[in-house]
Ligand binder design. Structure first.
Ligand code: CS2
Length: 493
């Protein structure tokens, strides 16, 4: 079968939407760090819509920091790929043209720095997952023991990590008398603009304090809230793209129809017309971000741990289990209660929409995928709302249930004794906490609650919360996931 590419774009089936502009007529103005499925299902799609409606030199030079796979898939396709939107009514294909080329960090580090320092580059967008930055969130500084940060501190002119690339890219621009780029973080982190700024300035300060000061003064780090459920692509994704387009496409992605991007409108050197793709440009992203992290992502993490333990492979299977679906609903309303009123947003309607989205039968989103990197995700998804609930005298039980499910998951064995990889940057610490005691609920609770930097003292002092975590975890260990979930769901009705 013919491969997707510029030469094979014109005679695609009529049902396939294609770029509403000539991709080759637009130069790149954005460098994107982290060319995973999420970027291809989200920012690149908004930029595609912006190019179609308003033009501009806003194509994307995408960087894949670790693997070479996506560069080798996309470059021979002239950056073109298929976005498969899958909902209960079926699948729809759209070819996206906003990515100009992909650079593989391990192969061409110099080309990445050249792109960051290019006069045409005005924005750097980022999706590298929570753990890749190396920011010590509590201390408000970089974590010098993080592998990328350590490497970039040792050799700041040849960086390989996200923060190091940003610092060196900015240094080169200043040296060349160019304006700095705007940095737009698109990872699921709270106050993500301020957070990345803290990391970049923190790293720069250790390299060159004058550079740090200039970055603080001159570089904009707007925050953004991103949302689109995008499972890791697999053979079924590529098969669907092939069926819909009649082309082989090794970079196809599959995603839900829903998409949301709320962006703080602070781009001193301009930006694409992302509104063309439906983006909302606002003054303050924080309320949207808290809503999404606590409701969507919080419920996701809870259902991923509990669902995985109960043997559910995909989120849609979890939602088909009435007891778990009830607990998801309970979690959403507990999370919503911590948000207060968000001007104009109907949180009950948002919760209903999430229940529908999680139940989408066409999306195979693995619970094991969401369960990854728990220690990076729990603070903003579960712990922060639990602290607010504690202060407001609201129920902590749903958050205790989520934490207990995560703790049982940390044991690293299914109920039939099969081992699985925890896939967490603090895996060694978790395993130490799990293995150093007798392995009962009390010991596990104490050991895991004591992991550095995860649970604030205020929450640890809430005996009701700690007691509930231990009791629920004891149920998971003694009676198994199904019975514990059923018992918990029984408390709701
Ligand atoms: C998920 C998110 O994997 C996860 O942790 O909760 O990737 C989620 O699917 C997205 O944030 C949805 O926008």
């Amino acid at each position: 079968m013919t491969r997707l590419g510029r030469a094979t774009l014109d005679d695609l089936p009529a049902s396939v939407e294609r770029p509403g502009y000539d991709p080759a007529a637009h130069a790149a103005g954005i460098v994107h760090l982290g060319c995973g499925a999420f970027h291809r299902a989200h920012q690149a799609v908004y930029t595609d819509a912006a190019l179609a409606r308003s033009g501009g030199d806003w194509r994307i030079t995408a960087v894949s920091l670790r693997s070479t796979e996506i560069a080798d898939a996309l470059n021979p396709q002239d950056g073109l790929y298929t976005l498969v939107e899958a909902g209960p009514e079926g699948q729809r294909a759209r070819v996206i043209g906003s990515i100009a080329r992909v650079l593989a960090g391990s192969r061409e580090p110099q080309a990445i720095l050249d792109a960051l320092a290019a006069a045409a580059t005005r924005i750097v967008t980022i999706t590298v997952t929570e753990k890749a930055y190396g920011i010590e969130r509590r201390a408000g500084d970089v974590d010098p023991s993080h592998p990328s940060v350590a490497a970039d501190l040792a050799d700041p002119r040849a960086p390989t990590g996200v923060l190091g690339l940003l610092v060196e890219g900015l240094r080169r621009r200043f040296e060349a008398g160019l304006q700095p780029f705007t940095v737009l973080c698109c990872d699921n982190l709270p106050h993500n603009g301020a957070l990345v700024r803290m990391g970049v300035v923190g790293l720069a300060r250790r390299i060159d304090p004058a550079l740090a000061e200039r970055i603080e003064r001159e570089v904009a780090f707007p925050s953004s809230m991103v949302d689109r459920i995008t499972p890791a692509p697999n053979d079924a994704t590529l098969g669907a793209a092939e069926r819909l387009t009649g082309r082989t496409d090794r970079a196809a992605v599959e995603t839900e129809p829903f998409s949301q991007w709320v962006i703080e409108d602070r781009f001193p050197t301009g930006r694409p017309d992302w509104e063309a793709g439906g983006a909302l440009l606002v003054e303050d992203v924080a309320p949207f971000e808290a809503m999404k992290l606590r409701m969507l992502n919080g419920a996701h993490s809870m259902l991923a741990y509990a669902g995985f333990l109960a043997g559910h492979v995909h989120v849609r299977d979890v939602m088909a289990d009435p007891a778990l679906a009830g607990l998801v609903r309970r979690h959403l309303s507990a999370a919503a209660a911590t948000l207060g009123t968000l001007g104009g947003i109907d949180l009950a309607a948002y919760a209903e929409a999430l229940l529908q989205r999680f139940s989408n039968p066409a999306i195979a989103h693995a619970t094991y995928q969401i369960a990854m990197d728990g220690t990076e995700k729990l603070p903003q998804r579960i712990v922060a709302p639990a602290v607010d609930a504690l202060r407001a005298g609201q129920s902590l039980r749903p958050f205790a249930f989520a934490v207990a499910a995560w703790m049982r998951y940390c044991v690293g064995r299914t109920e039939s004794g099969e081992r699985y990889d925890l896939r967490d940057p603090r895996k060694a610490l978790i395993e130490m906490a799990v293995c150093s005691g007798p392995g009962d609920a009390a010991a596990l609770t104490v050991g895991l609650l004591a992991l550095p930097g995860l649970f604030p003292v205020e929450l640890l002092g809430a005996s009701r919360f700690v007691g509930d975590v231990e009791t629920i975890l004891a149920g998971f260990l003694r009676d198994g996931a199904a019975a514990t979930i059923a018992a918990e769901a029984g408390r709701v009705s």
